[in-house]
Design a protein around this ligand. Structure first.
Ligand code: SAH
Length: 226
């Protein structure tokens, strides 16, 4: 729950709580366990709640609106904007009872192998909590800025001109029959998204291999790459 930015855990008649085992497993998330609310019944846990979804592995005889985690996560996030929402999970051994499922507006079922559909409780919580986080827009990874800016278009162009001169000079490239070589090399280096240091290194290599073939930009290469 804490990984997925959820922090309100309600436990209905837990077999053992506080539990040394649970605390040991909740490494770094003990705060969430400490703030868990213990209730005597599901009705008490759901007091004041608006939208309620029950997680169940099995299609029951009762027909109830049933969605995948992805389908219902959007609704959960939407309803959470205007009231309390709850996702109810069942016992590890026997799941949710029909009367418990009937307290829910909708059911959520994680698609699985039909021959083996029941996940461990923690796994089921994780899948649904993940979808809620994605639906709430929290799934974007922090954007890391580049250590070195990308080479500019003109720097890249000068590199290709330099490379072409060296390849022609080495008779690897025949200007009368170029056979798309430069186009293929442009595509190859384009995939590498060369930054300014890398372009400087490549130009430095060309200049070192063929002195006088071109002036390496050299002076703006950062120290560790020289
Ligand atoms: N033997 C129980 C399984 C309980 S698993 C049964 O057949 O009902 C513990 C809880 O994890 C379930 O009550 C449910 O809330 C959740 N869960 C497990 N698998 C799930 C699935 N495929 N879809 C939705 N919830 C699931």
């Amino acid at each position: 729950m804490k990984n997925m930015a959820l922090d309100r855990l309600w436990l209905v008649r837990p077999a053992s709580f506080p539990s040394a085992d649970a605390s040991a497993r909740a490494s770094g998330a003990a705060d969430l366990l400490h703030s868990a609310r213990v209730c005597g019944s599901l009705a008490e846990a759901l007091e004041g709640c608006g939208f309620v979804v029950g997680a169940s592995a099995r299609q029951r005889s009762l027909a109830w609106p049933t969605q995948t985690p992805r389908e219902c996560a959007g609704k959960i996030v939407e309803e959470a904007a205007s009231g309390e929402v709850a996702v109810v999970f069942g016992r590890e051994s026997s799941g949710l009872k029909n009367e418990e499922l009937q307290r829910c507006h909708a059911h959520v079922q994680i698609p699985t192998n039909p021959e083996y559909s029941s996940l461990n409780l923690a796994m089921a919580v994780q899948v649904i909590a993940y979808e809620i986080m994605v639906a709430s827009g929290g799934s974007r990874l922090a954007i890391r800025s580049r250590e070195t800016p990308l080479a500019t278009a003109d720097e890249v162009e000068l590199f290709f001109q330099h490379l072409e001169r060296v390849l022609v000079g080495a008779s690897f490239l025949d200007p009368s029959n170029p056979r798309h070589l430069m186009m293929r090399l442009r595509r190859l280096f384009g995939r590498a998204e060369l930054d300014r240091n890398e372009i400087a290194i490549l130009r430095g290599i060309l200049a070192a291999l063929v002195p006088g073939s071109g002036k390496p930009p050299g002076n703006d290469v950062e120290e560790e790459t020289q």
